[in-house]
Write a protein that binds this ligand. Structure first.
Ligand code: NCD
Length: 404
């Protein structure tokens, strides 16, 4: 099965075997980069980067990836200088840009915007972040980093910390971690917890119910460690019997990966709401003393005040290496979608759990930031939620709604 011509809007658009194929090709791309033999596969191909929100890493690593592959890039200097500023819709923008390029990479503030782009484009579309919805290519970089540095994803105890409500990277990442068998713990201040539709899907489709805490400073009991964090009871008993660890554990000491996120200021309705949440998460140098000796501290970046600069020199600080992995990963992904590389035998597309339904008259998505509430030509579309009588999900932003 080929990935040529496909879109990547949600991380769930790719099966596990397809994600592994991206990782294997990214390894190969790294080797070619070292040997300086990477350019070639995408000669005569053009990537268009349409960024309607600020970006440094995602955009530059996509552009660098395409140039490294021997291809070319067209791009808007910034959204204010594009026709979007004159009111051009997402649909019209991609219907035009598809004639100028072979692959479109889009970032937009509306939840579900990338799905719309994919629906209207004849060339493959990659979601580089759509509002608070998903950021699947960041997830590919994150998973690849964990796999590379820890050897595997399965069985890893991963803490997702910070703004889990508006942080799109953690939505895609939670799905992928669950699919690859990691144990997830969510650490978020009240009000910024993982949205219901993400939690429900984790439970329903991937049989994963993350443990939830409000602070990384928390101490937890043996019982919580065994039941919520799923550390085997024998391991807990061994540790409790040792001199170093007591039957009450520092939460920090339990994780193989601690993934921090920035509070997403741009998604709050008022500055006061943001101020109330800001600064709620940070890792100070001293907190690292409690972490495992081989833990990974990760962050999609940019950081605000989540990570003490004094941590940067610690080997466990993986965030700059994580950002660096963006180039081979995006080289692999772009080459596969362009059909310039073959994913190899054994890959197959994902099975779908969602069935489209006829939209009940008058039903609109309850999410104000959903693309269907902001782009007038779109008709709301829903899919049924398997095993949940009457529950529907927006086909663009995934928000759940009860059938009237
Ligand atoms: C993230 C994003 O844009 O969602 N940045 C990135 O792509 N590396 C995270 C963030 O902005 O906080």
């Amino acid at each position: 099965m080929n990935l040529a011509g496909r879109d990547l809007v949600s991380i769930n658009d790719f099966s596990d075997t397809e994600i592994r194929a991206v990782f294997d090709l990214a390894d190969e791309m790294s080797r070619r980069l070292e040997r300086r033999t990477a350019s070639g596969p995408c000669r005569d191909r053009i990537m268009a980067t349409l960024f309607f929100e600020p970006s440094t890493r995602t955009r530059l690593s996509f552009e660098s990836a395409m140039l490294r592959l021997g291809g070319q890039v067209i791009s808007m200097p910034d959204a204010r200088s594009s026709s979007a500023a004159k009111g051009e819709t997402i649909a019209d923008t991609v219907r035009v840009v598809q004639h100028y390029s072979d692959l479109i990479v889009i970032r937009n503030p509306l939840d579900g915007a990338a799905r719309v782009a994919a629906e209207y484009s004849d060339v493959p579309v990659i979601n580089a972040g759509d509002g608070a919805h998903e950021h699947p290519t960041q997830t590919l970089c994150d998973l690849y980093t964990i796999r590379k540095e820890k050897g595997s994803i399965e069985g890893m105890n991963v803490a997702l910390c910070g703004d889990l409500r508006y942080g799109r990277t953690v939505h895609s990442l939670a799905y992928a971690l669950a699919r690859f068998g990691a144990r997830i713990t969510c650490v978020a201040p009240p009000g910024l917890e993982m949205p219901d539709h993400v939690r429900n899907r984790l439970r329903r489709d991937y049989d994963c119910t993350p443990a939830e805490f409000t602070s990384l400073d928390q101490v937890v009991t043996d019982r919580e460690v065994i039941y919520h964090l799923q550390v085997p009871a024998t391991q807990v008993a061994d540790a409790a019997g040792s001199d170093q660890l007591m039957p009450v554990w520092d939460l920090m000491s339990l994780f193989d990966v601690i993934y921090l996120t920035r509070v997403q200021r741009e998604r709050f309705r008022t500055h006061a709401e943001y101020e109330a949440a800001a600064g709620s998460y940070s890792i100070k140098r001293a907190m690292l003393d409690k972490a495992k000796k081989d833990a990974l501290i990760m962050h999609p970046l940019p950081r605000v005040d989540e990570l003490d600069y004094r941590i940067d020199r610690d080997r466990r600080a993986a965030y700059f290496r994580q950002a660096g992995n963006g180039v081979p990963i995006r080289m692999a992904l772009s080459a596969l979608l362009l059909g310039a590389e073959d994913p190899g035998p054994g890959t197959h597309p994902p099975e779908t759990h969602a069935t489209p339904v006829n939209t009940p008259p008058g039903l609109v998505c309850p999410n104000e930031r959903c693309v269907t509430r902001n782009e007038p030509y779109l008709t709301p579309r829903f899919v049924s939620v398997a095993g949940h009588e009457g529950a529907l999900q927006c086909a663009y932003c995934d928000r759940e709604v009860q059938q009237p």
